[in-house]
Ligand binder design. Sequence first.
Ligand code: ADP
Ligand code: ASP
Ligand code: MG
Length: 816
Amino acid sequence: MFVLKFGGTSVATSENLKKVRNIVSEQSESQKVVVVVSALGGITNQLQECALLASEGKESYKEVLQSIEKRHIELCNELLSVKERNNTLTRTKLLLNDLEDIYRGVFLIRELSPRSLDHILSYGEVLSAAIISDYFRSTGLDTLLLDSKNFIKTDNRFGKATVDAKTTYTKIQKEFESAAQISVCPGFVASSKNDGLITTLGRGGSDYTAALIAAALEAKEIQIWTDVSGMMTSDPRLVPNAHPIEHLSYEEAMELSHFGAKVIYPPTIQPVLDADIPVHIKNTFQSDNPGTLISKDGPENGQVVKGTSCIQEIALCTLTGSGMIAVPNISYRLFGSLSRQEVNVIMITQASSEHSITVGIALDDIDKARQAISEEFSYEIETHKINPLEVETGLSIIALVGSRMKKQVGVSAKLFDTLSHNGVNIRAIAQGSTELNITVVIDKKDLKKSLNSIHESFFLSDRRKLHLFMIGVGNVGQVFIEQVKAQQEYLAKKHNLDVYIAGLANSRQMYFHEEGIDLENWQDLMENNHQKMDTEKFVEKMKDLNLRNSVCIDSTASEDIAKLYKDVLESSISIVTPNKIACSSSFNNFKELTDSAIKYKSKFLYETNVGAGLPVISTLNDLIKSGDEVHKIQAVLSGTLNFIFNNYDGTQKFSEVVQAAKEAGFTEPDPRIDLSGVDVMRKILILARVSGYKLELDDIVNNGFVPEECMNTDSLDEFYTKLDEHDEVFKEIYKKADKQNKRLKYVATFVDGKSQTGLEAFEADHPFYNLGGKDNIVLFHTNRYSDQPLVVKGAGAGAAVTASGIFADIMKIASA
Ligand code: ADP
Ligand code: ASP
Ligand code: MG
């Protein structure tokens, strides 16, 4: 004997029922089968909604009832030929008439007791079972309809009755003594042992009906046919990458369902575990998929963590008080009071000092729990031995389940590490003494992010998803987007890394797409989206989306955006930026940002602040981290100024060379920042700070070469005009150097805590002399590199190299 249970989606339509019929027909060829069916998908909810409306005196209940009637009648018509459908239609209509009378009663009396509701809800399964058994028979299958209410016997706890196993098993054995090849039974419904009133086994309870029948009849196997291919590694509605688990032990399945894996109703496992009957979870719509096998022993090898599940809404109730140690039997009284009120405790944590006990309960049970606990401890609360009960809501619970966890160290460390890297605060932790599960309570708003990042860490080995948010789509930003587009496939294939741009903004517009912006036409999408850019709103949106592994790329030169870094980093969103404003602002601000990144486990990476894509900052960081000390840095750090002086030979106007550099994309948006030397000052300041020195911009002596009058201009045009007026100055500087066979370089020096910048002329034997194009060069003189400096040299400006530098920082975050 096999027991097959088909859920709501499987029996929802005539098309689906044809698939069900084929499965049943195939299985019943070699043995007798019992088919347990749910109500048509969505009907139980509708029956309940209709009852509520009627009890509130709302006429609209009739519309809901009509749609319930229509679905069942249509199903009869679709499944059965005209000749065969008469009896079925008559029976269905009689049942629906009864239902209509009951609803009218509820409407008139305006009262809906749990007992009446159970009576009403039972119609869902009673109707579906009747139609399905007639359909099977009409297609030539040897089928008999049985009424589960006659043999599943319970107490009188309407809504979720407790089964009397002994009576139920005896009755089932009797009922099935001379069973047909196929018996069809409604799931979910039962009746009370003492007075025969209709009860139900709780929402999702059809699985349990099947398990009870299987256990009583010592069935060889029970199959739960549903709309997914087994028990998945996580809730597939929240984690798109979840995949079916091949094999689970009964205990593991019980834990996963207890903590919210809806595919199996929690009480289902107990009867089959006692009788050692394997449970197969299968997909009605992909019947060839292996599904999940639940049996006595899971495999000895395989995954340590089998799956994760979650309950989206829970409440934490905490009892505290210094007097708790002195009060006897606290836990006994606490759990006793909750159990008398039928409050199901989902998790428990107790501080080892015994000053507090916290229990996690379903949101619906809050009032009952509050009352039960407050009454039980009223004396202690009045006498201030115990504080009034604290109740926290807006929380979710996540459980990690696997029987091999107890043999493996480091599972909780990995779990906590994953959550903290994503800025998720853990509110409570519990680990069962069997070490079959670890549970954490978190804010509900972090649930999706947490589940997905946990899933990535435990089940997808190295696969990671990065969500990028880009502010600034000028020269550098555009090239970067092109690079992402070109690399996406390669990164996914070779590095198991899915890189998405989830948000984009320029100074006017912003655009978000959680699933990743289509990079083929991002410009149109952004422009046509009509969402005005507002930096604060951009940050808020990043925070609201709350996506795991989020990185904000600031490729602007804006101070407004730099001001928001702290907020971003404290939201555990990493920052990658070529924008130098933040790192060259006050030392305290710079320090605050680097500290925030450490505290909130975000990354603050700014390699492209100095030398574009050249590994200047990472080289320096590596030296410092490994204990080296920097004494002197000598560097040409302005690709712009280098380009200008490599191209200027006194024959053309100085302003023309400046404009050519700007057009080629080698300058800051405002070239005065380059020419004034401020840009170089900022860079050497950043290098000094990374070297461990507390320096401010004002501490740097800048020996500028551009006359003040040129710098104090209101527009770029005016600036160029003023440069022309002072063209002689530049010619002089050039000629003087040229006469001595020297070349001009704008140099930044940092020696033993002091720094200066300015134009210097170098002879042919100096490493700076041959520095071509827009290249940069940095010489680090350190303890380790005392004879010969460590040299980093190469292209130090330009959109392509800067974008590559940003990419490199992002790859560092991906592999962290
Ligand atoms: P049925 O009506 O067949 O009983 P349910 O809706 O009760 O089906 O349960 C199946 C649903 O459970 C799936 O469609 C899926 O969305 C949800 N679910 C939640 N967690 C899990 C999980 N870990 N594995 C599989 N399904 C899950
Ligand atoms: N029809 C009931 C429900 O929706 C029972 C079940 O489907 O298992 O909860
Ligand atoms: Mg179900």
